[in-house]
Design a binder for this molecule. Sequence first.
Ligand SMILES: [Zn+2]
Length: 501
Amino acid sequence: MQRLPIAVLCLLLTPMLGQAQISRALERMEEQVRRSRDQMREMNERMQKDREEMNRAMQEAATALGQEGAIQRPGSSPVFASPLSQNDLDSGGLMLPRGDIKHSQGERLKVRDQDGNSVVGKLHVRVGDSNIVMLPDGMLKVFSNTEATPTEDNFVPLDMDAIEERLLQDPRLAGFKTIRSRRFLYVYNTSELFVRSSRTILESMYPAVQKYFKRSKVDVHEPELPLVVIAFATEDQFQEYRRMPRGVVAYYDGISNAVMFYERSALSQHAPEIAVKNAISTIAHEGAHQILHNIGVQQRLSKWPMWLSEGLAEFYAPTSVAKGVKWSGLGSPNELRMFEISKSWESDRSFGSGRVVRDLTNANELSSLDYAYSWGLVHMLSRRHQKELFACIAQCSELKPLDGTDLATTGVVDSDDVFSKHFGDQYSELEQELKKHLLSLNYVDPVANQTHYLVITGGRVIMTSSPESVKEIQRSSFGKVSIKRFPNRAAAELAMQSLTR
Ligand SMILES: [Zn+2]
């Protein structure tokens, strides 16, 4: 594909006269060839750099989700008593002793809220002498028996005005703006475009998710509390609000019931379209967790099999940025996950043996590739085994707070049992069915489908998908460049061939 740069070809066509002129021309030509070799080397280096940047960015996008398991899984260490919870989740982690778990029968308790006011909270679950109580703003907090008095008064959740007021009093959110939709409250200092895109996604996703469950045996209801989304402009502000492991770009917090995320990531310099797609699908993913935990599908602090909980969130998360940022609809192929799966198939030919599905459905921790397979598995089951999938979800939606966590002494659910109970244990057959299903999906490679640029400067033509690289070339050529833009890599390659032919 890389041919001689144009300048050399042009020189060859120039008519030359006289011996002296010919030798000068030959010297010039040699000089040109030397230069073009240098340019070619430079171009190769740039393409290599672009590729590395892209891989790094994709890796970053992939780890963002892989990290998530560490934060929001009740039962994994950060949420409960452990050194990590004190450092990493200072205000959010629930410190609990091990002990007998007693499920709530809807008991109400008089407790002091964050401001010291006496309020009526709702018992969420009891562990030993500790009561996990839901406060009127939706926050879960631990109270000892001496700090909580039983009451017959009603639990009255705060409305959106009151929650907004409370949030804006937080000095870490000073100067933040708010917008609302019917069920969501957004507190943000991001760009308007970003927060409004997020709102569009969550608002269109909510009814679709709710409708999806109407066909199942799971009773869904309207959320009891407004769904809070806090959007930070930068990673620093996001980290300042609550310290998170590196790589986390968004999370649903089961303790406060809010979704947090930030707008800018390193990805946006080199692959802005993938960055937007990734950011938006992460929001959709976390939003799906939040919705499922508020409409009665998942009980807060219950422990679902990871593949199902994450697979469902990914199943609802696909987004498209083709014509403005939008949610592409429940169950459409998730391009970012498909990209990861197809890359792994290039290096691992053993897929189909049953090992991946068996390990995945038994896992308590997921890698980013596992997230991709969880998406694929839920997608396949939803299309090909919907009745069984609904039965499986219905069983899990009965899981009560702390059931299945290592704090519990009863109600422990083995992930693998849940899967094999509903789908059998013919893992190899299921995995081959999964492969067949994924191959049948109409999938567009998100990397090749980005905007690509041809940058023409002097005798050089450089192809890149990174706007940052375009700027760099512009700077180093003192602005003497012509830039052509193409909707995808194939179109850019075609144009490049005709330019350098
Ligand atoms: Zn998740």
